[in-house]
Design a protein around this ligand. Structure first.
Ligand code: ZN
Length: 282
């Protein structure tokens, strides 16, 4: 886990934009946290800090499940959604009932927003939206085993493999609106390679879930690392967030870049630079 944080090793990454895009939500938590820190009832400061590191690494919000649980599970179901198994194992009748429950909730939202849900244009919108939402989150029904199948090959190749410009469409878990862009995935094999199309499939599986871009980046990198045990993995994602460009700061055209470098991409500046050069970033 400790080897997995992103970005700081990449000089040009736009870290400030990442911070700008998603840190609105926990604001209200900060004062509570601060008052806890100075409270004498917290016990010894060492104990408090140790406990706090586990619970909230940034002392601003509850810890990400990524910190507390292994990020990669081969069945792909135990994290982060507990309901995912229910979705996979449902009967067609249960699937229909689920869709109808979502549609009913969407209808409430529309009404609360002031719409007339009986007008023609909106008549079937709740059902349509329910189906769209199930599609946008279909990654919950995928798992690494099925995605990879038998596409891992023994190959005596130890040069960098890069797949650039993989389109990713995901949903920001804070605002439930889309973020989308390009993922670039690279690795240096250690006697094992993965069928190239599987890199895109991995990105698809993780992006069709509720995400934050940082976690999406890391999950792809760690999955690949787990599957291939390569000498190194690098994942860079550049994406535009609807929650950022269409509300609040309204920075149209701004994009957020995240990266996760593992193994030799993390340890060796030359490797990292070669990768960034091949991406056209240097
Ligand atoms: Zn958002």
């Amino acid at each position: 886990m400790s080897s997995s944080t992103n970005s700081e090793s990449k000089p040009n990454s736009r870290r400030d934009e990442i911070n700008g895009s998603h840190n609105q939500t926990p604001k209200s938590v900060i004062p509570t946290k601060k008052s806890k820190i100075i409270s004498p009832s917290s016990g010894s400061s060492i104990n408090f800090l140790a406990r706090d590191l586990v619970e909230t690494p940034l002392q601003t919000r509850a810890a990400s499940p990524l910190i507390l649980n292994p990020p990669i599970d081969n069945d792909g179901l135990s994290w982060p959604s507990q309901g995912a198994r229910g979705r996979i194992e449902q009967t067609p009748e249960e699937a229909k009932a689920r869709e109808q429950r979502i549609a009913a909730a969407v209808k409430v939202i529309l009404e609360e927003l002031g719409e007339d849900t009986s007008r023609e244009g909106l008549l079937e919108t709740p059902e349509r939206y329910a189906r769209a939402m199930l599609y946008f989150t279909k990654g919950y029904e995928d798992n690494i085993r099925d995605v990879i199948k038998r596409a891992v090959f023994e190959e005596d190749h130890d040069e960098m493999v890069i797949v650039r410009d993989i389109e990713v469409y995901s949903l920001c878990e804070h605002h439930l609106v889309p973020f989308f862009g390009k993922a670039h995935i690279a690795y240096i094999p250690n006697k094992r390679v993965l069928g190239l199309s599987k890199l895109a499939r991995l990105a698809e599986m993780y992006s069709r879930r509720f995400q934050v871009q940082e976690r999406l980046t890391k999950q792809i990198a760690m999955a690949l690392s787990e599957i291939l045990k390569p000498r190194g993995v690098a994942v860079v994602i550049e994406a535009a967030h609807m929650c950022m460009v269409s509300r609040g700061v309204q920075k149209t055209g701004s994009s957020t870049t995240t990266s996760c470098m593992l193994g030799c991409f993390r340890d060796q500046q030359k490797t990292r630079e070669e990768f960034l050069t091949l991406l056209g970033r240097k």
